[in-house]
Ligand binder design. Structure first.
Ligand code: AMP
Length: 283
């Protein structure tokens, strides 16, 4: 059976009420579309763990801090629906912006501290947009589990904190980052890289891996370890580093001496495409 496309909140609520009344567990996979195998990993996991799987496809305007990024964000609903079908997704909720934001909203969700650094610093308002739209989706689709990628580790930490703080009655399931064979983390924005930029892009993962390896080899000084990664990035053409930092994986505050597992996180520009990635740092 193919995935049912639902365009309105009333329609998806109606389907979900039916599913709930049959006592079936529900897995939710929120996305912005332009689906790839990273999204696929979330959907497969949701399919394994739930009787009913809903994917959402919504390019959420409120989480874009730059109009050009929003406009250039890839959109292809037909291909995305076929992708969802192939993975056995039961329903796809793909509302338009007027459906999600019928009036000017006066309410938003802000997860303090975690949101103010790194992605939050370089993309002002981004995480308020994310947390608010995810809270709305959790209310529209009362799922048992929701699936989020470690690719967006800061976003995942923010959603986990929001769910804990506001007692959302669902479990957040983190899913490991899916990579291309050369290490580049899959991302909808990779489509916008030129052939030359695509060849350069795996340097980001190489740099992050170098930081983790430096720690594994015994370096506990975060500044020294990140410098090893920074050196790799500075040798690459066209790359402009926004941040490269070792952080606590829950609070996303900077770590100076590594005595417990952490994450090394980075954002770089490659031409006009912004790439983010992260890797676990061992103790
Ligand atoms: P997006 O469509 O970029 O908003 O991503 C939707 C969800 O897919 C988020 O939870 C992302 O973290 C996750 N995701 C995106 N890329 C990957 C990837 N390469 N591996 C695993 N999860 C991913």
């Amino acid at each position: 059976m193919s995935a049912r496309l639902q365009r309105t909140i009333a329609e998806i609520r109606d389907s979900i009420a039916g599913v709930r009344s049959r006592g079936l567990s529900i897995g939710l996979v929120p996305t912005m579309g332009a689906l790839h195998d990273g999204h696929g990993a979330l959907m497969r996991r949701a399919r394994e763990e739930n009787r009913y799987v809903v994917a959402t496809i919504f390019v959420n305007p409120t989480q874009f801090n730059r109009a050009d990024d929003f406009e250039k964000y890839p959109r292809d609903l037909e291909t995305d629906l076929a992708f969802c079908d192939g993975l056995g997704v039961d329903a796809v909720f793909a509302p338009d912006a007027a459906e999600m934001y019928p009036g000017t909203p006066l309410t938003s969700v802000e997860v303090a501290d975690i949101s103010s650094r790194l992605e939050g610093e370089f993309r002002p308002g981004h995480f308020r947009g994310v947390a608010t739209v995810v809270a709305k989706l959790f209310h529209i689709i009362p799922a048992d589990r929701a699936y989020f990628g470690e690719k967006d580790a800061q976003q995942l930490a923010i959603i986990q904190k929001m769910v804990a703080d506001l007692n959302f009655p669902l479990t957040i399931v983190p899913v490991a980052t899916v990579r291309e064979p050369d290490g580049l983390a899959m991302s909808s924005r990779n489509q916008r890289l030129t052939r030359e930029q695509r060849a350069i892009a795996p340097v980001l993962y190489r740099a992050l891996t170098e930081v983790a390896e430096t720690v594994r080899a015994g370096c506990v000084d975060a500044a020294l370890a990140t410098a090893a990664g920074g050196k790799i990035l500075s040798g690459a053409p066209e790359i402009r580093v926004e941040y490269l930092e070792i952080v606590n994986p829950v609070t996303f505050q900077p770590v100076t001496v590594i005595h417990e597992p952490a994450r090394v996180v980075a954002a770089v520009w490659l031409g006009d495409v912004r790439l983010i990635d992260n890797v676990r740092v061992p103790r």
